[in-house]
Write a protein that binds this ligand. Structure first.
Ligand code: FE
Ligand code: FE
Length: 182
C-alpha cells in the first residue's frame, strides 16, 4: 500500500510551475485522460505522473528525475505499464521537443527550465528505441495532457472521484476532508 492521497494532502498545495498547484495539475491531467476515454491504467498514470515531486526530495537530473522516483515508489503496487508510463513521461517531453519544433515553442517557462536538467534532444538511436516500445504512444498522450493541465482556476473532480481506481491497486488511503481531495 502506498498512501498517495496522504502525499497529496501533505504536499499537493505546492506550486506546479506558475499557474496551478500539484494537486490541481494532477486532477486536470487525469480529467483530460478520462475525457479522451483512456483506459484505467492510463488514467491512473496521468493522475500520478508527478507523484515523484511529492515523495522525494532528491535533485532532478537525467539519471534521477521525478519520473524515476514516482515509478520506483509505486512499482510494487501498480501494473508494470503504469510505472513505466510514469517513468517515461519525462523522456516523452524530450522526445516531442526533438520530433516537433512547434511543441518545443509552446512549452511553459517552467517546463523549458526543467527540460535543461532532464537532458536535451534525443539522438536517432534513442528515438527509435522509444518508438518501438509498446507503451510509448501512451506516454506521449500523457505528456500532451500534462502540458495542458496547467489552467488556473479550472473546475475539476476531486481526488475522491478516483477512489475506486486508486484503491484497486494502492490499497486503502487516508481521505482527509480537504479541498480538492474529498
Ligand atoms: Fe513531470
Ligand atoms: Fe506534470
Amino acid at each position: 500500500m502506498v498512501d498517495v492521497v496522504g502525499l497529496f494532502a501533505a504536499g499537493g498545495n505546492a506550486r506546479y510551475g506558475e499557474s496551478v498547484t500539484q494537486l490541481e495539475h494532477a486532477l486536470q491531467c487525469a480529467a483530460l485522460a478520462r475525457r479522451a476515454r483512456a483506459d484505467d491504467e492510463v488514467v491512473l498514470a496521468a493522475l500520478l505522473h508527478d507523484v515523484g515531486h511529492l515523495a522525494a526530495r532528491t535533485p532532478e537530473g537525467p539519471a534521477g528525475h521525478h519520473g524515476h522516483q514516482g515509478a520506483g515508489l509505486l512499482q510494487p503496487c501498480v501494473p508494470a505499464r503504469v510505472a513505466w508510463l510514469i517513468e517515461h513521461h519525462v523522456v516523452a517531453k524530450r522526445y516531442l521537443c526533438t520530433v516537433d519544433p512547434r511543441y518545443a515553442e509552446r512549452l511553459s517557462p517552467a517546463s523549458v527550465r526543467s527540460l535543461a536538467a532532464q537532458g536535451a534532444a534525443l539522438d536517432l538511436e534513442e528515438r527509435l528505441a522509444l518508438e518501438t516500445r509498446p507503451w510509448f504512444a501512451d506516454a506521449v498522450r500523457i505528456r500532451r495532457w500534462d502540458d495542458e493541465a496547467k489552467i488556473a482556476g479550472a473546475v475539476c473532480l476531486p481526488l475522491a472521484a478516483y477512489r475506486p481506481l486508486i484503491e484497486r491497486w494502492l490499497g486503502p488511503q487516508s481521505w482527509p476532508a480537504a479541498a480538492g481531495i474529498a
